[in-house]
Design a protein around this ligand. Structure first.
Ligand code: ADP
Ligand code: UDP
Length: 239
């Protein structure tokens, strides 16, 4: 594996250029961050689970007709993806109230929403990823009307597909974050990762948190939770 052409290091992944200008090598790191990276740790084995889980889910979504950047899983820590220009928006989909939604609006935790809530956050660490409206995105040129229409349609479909998939494994998909980007020819596709680092998963039977909230809230057994998600998805230890 050629990692000589380093491109970028983020909080959870590193990226490298490949011989094909439209293909990137993604390395999933063991680092865990929360609260805009104020809280940090590293957990041996974490990157293996986020890499495998994200590859599994993105492949599943491709098969179900959701165009995305995933190309190929290379090994435990690496995957090939299509290079895109990421839109500076984090798209959050919520089925159940928790996290920043409850904190910001004083809403009770754990309420099932009558329909999925889609929110947009500006992808800007220095500003703490503020909540923004679609009008902000349009007026400041972060996305076009057509981009927003396609993003909402895709996010809704991804939610339906993943909710059903996780339900069949005894897991409630509470909320998650998506990122979208444009390929060289201007096509908008789903990118980045879908894993316990970017989703909230609650065990249907026990209510146990099986995601990064175990790290955020010091609940312990972080790696075990990620392993449970992987085992349920890959067929071992199904509910
Ligand atoms: P962050 O930059 O927020 O710390 P990561 O460590 O996950 O996050 O780094 C991955 C970076 O790569 C993110 O900024 C993400 O938007 C970007 N990215 C994800 N998929 C692609 C892609 N296919 N092409 C280009 N950039 C991507
Ligand atoms: N999320 C994410 N990256 C972010 C912010 C949120 O992946 O920078 C995910 C998070 O894991 C959760 C969902 O988006 O599944 C909603 O997060 P929330 O807005 O409640 O924020 P938090 O409580 O994590 O600050």
């Amino acid at each position: 594996m050629d990692k000589s052409r380093f491109l970028y290091e983020g909080k959870a992944k590193k990226m490298y250029l490949t011989d094909d200008p439209e293909t990137l090598l993604l390395e999933y790191k063991n680092d865990l961050t929360a609260f805009n990276a104020l809280k940090k740790d590293s957990l041996e084995g974490k990157g293996t689970y986020t890499n495998r889980i994200s590859a599994h889910l993105l492949r599943y979504l491709s098969e179900k007709g959701i165009p995305n950047h995933f190309i190929e899983l290379l090994d435990d820590r690496h995957q090939l993806v299509r290079r895109v220009t990421i839109l500076p928006l984090e798209v959050v989909v919520r089925n159940v109230t928790t996290g920043s939604l409850c904190k910001r609006l004083g809403i009770a935790e754990g309420m099932t929403l009558p329909r999925p809530l889609i929110e947009f956050y500006l992808k800007d660490d220095a500003l703490g990823d503020p909540l923004v409206t679609e009008d902000h995105a349009l007026l400041f040129g972060w996305a076009s009307e057509e981009d927003l229409r396609k993003i909402k349609e895709t996010a809704t479909r991804v939610n339906e597909l993943l909710k059903a998939l996780f339900e069949s494994r005894g897991i409630l998909l509470v909320d998650f974050k998506l990122e979208f980007g444009k390929t060289a020819d201007g096509t908008l596709i789903l990118a980045d990762e879908i894993s316990p680092d970017t989703c909230r998963f609650w065990d249907r039977a026990s209510g146990d948190r099986l995601d990064k909230d175990r790290f955020r809230k010091d609940l312990g057994n972080v790696l075990e939770a990620y392993e449970t998600i992987w085992n349920r998805l890959s067929g071992e230890g199904r509910a």
